[in-house]
Design a protein around this ligand. Sequence first.
Ligand SMILES: Nc1ncnc2c1ncn2[C@@H]1O[C@H](COP(=O)(O)OP(=O)(O)O)[C@@H](O)[C@H]1O
Ligand SMILES: N[C@@H](CC(=O)OP(=O)(O)O)C(=O)O
Length: 462
Amino acid sequence: MKFGGTSVGEADCIGRVADIVESHRSAGDEVAVVVSACSGITDRIIAVADEVIASKEQPDIGTLLDAMRERHTRLLKETAPDYTHEVTAIIDNRLARLQNILSAVHTLRELTPRSRDYLVSFGERLSAPIVAAALRQRGIASVALDGAEAGIITTANHGDARALPVSEENIRARVAPLLADTVPVIMGFMGATEQGVITTLGRSGSDYSAAVIGAGVDADEIWIWTDVDGVMTSDPRIIPDARVLDDISYLEVMELSYFGAKVLHPRSIEPAMQKDIPIRVKNSFKPEVPGTLVLRDEHRELRVVKAIALIEKVALVNINGAQMVGRPGVAKTIFSALAEREVNVMMISQGSSEANISLIIDESHLDAALGALDPLVEQGVVREVTYDHDVAAVAVVGAGMAGTPGTGGRIFSAIGRAGINMMMLSQGSSEVNVSFVVKAGDGKRALQVLHDEFRLSENSDD
Ligand SMILES: Nc1ncnc2c1ncn2[C@@H]1O[C@H](COP(=O)(O)OP(=O)(O)O)[C@@H](O)[C@H]1O
Ligand SMILES: N[C@@H](CC(=O)OP(=O)(O)O)C(=O)O
């Protein structure tokens, strides 16, 4: 069971987490818990780190740490009064370490990806001991473990590390034997390299931690507890009448999360899928609501289109004059150059003349992409590279689209009728996803238009 930041952000939330774990333990289930940092804490640490590195004067690190201490000790006192003394010592010790690192960063004015990862892992280092204490307060044996202690060994790409296969046997050796009489509370979002250097798994990476742990212990199910009733037909913050789905396939939810549906981290699907472990997404504020089951079979709900996602912080890169007819190496040169700079290409579209390639990338990768492609212009491999970062990508997802003629037409017509210009289009070969690019200002409207067109708020088959 993974509890996200919003599910451990307040004392009554932690109380609900303890209730949930307690009721499952009483029913005879073995439970491993993965927790995120309390809501807002990771963002706060990142903001302070950025400030510390930028400011000339010594920033007021003390004030930040006081606020963090106040919040965490309050949560502790309210949820685990008998453990206040013991766990406050742990919290103080960790905050002192955090202060030392921030001071060192300020002195050196240097924050390497490696030290940044160590810094941002502190949110989970503070939340996990509190949740473990809250369980002990209820008489449930519990121990807090960091990602590496739980067995998560990762690649060394800081900020976006992936679990290495060896993690599986580590987790089986370290976590599984505890489960009979203890509830381990594992710090999500982090692991360590084989050399023991702390890494993080990408923002919202605790979902991925949970999937890796679930696969490692051969869980019957992986439960992601969050602040909405399940996976919905669209982001409820943008589409007020979005509806909760009873079930969705691994592939469908992977596409959705890849295109920005924050409810699950895109990488969290694969470990579960490989072992055919269902993922259940549930609301920790309303545990009685069944939530959404993510599983292999897609078709219980016979809809053509199941859900729609919008990803806003992307950039469109057009590579013109890539004269590839009869020159098969050009695409390879382009994509190798991008890969070398670790640019993640989300969508690709190629004109039939083969002279143009359009790409959608994460906006934060734009400089790296231009750095990779500009030399190709100088070398004459391509004629021109242009970009537009005032764009958004919309992904229409549903396994029912495969083999249902006319879905594309319906999407184009609805978008056209709304007077929205489609700048680029791409369809995954799995036919689970049709995605397209619009001006940033049109993104939310495009989402609503398609949500209405496919009547996704209605609880009946389309
Ligand atoms: N299709 C979707 N279904 C459900 N939630 C979504 C979807 N798209 C975006 N979201 C957003 O994802 C949020 C949950 O993710 P997140 O804020 O990371 O929670 P947590 O802290 O529990 O990990 C929801 O509050 C919701 O606004
Ligand atoms: N604390 C990390 C990891 C995480 O998964 O958080 P959440 O579960 O609240 O999305 C982050 O903010 O990125």
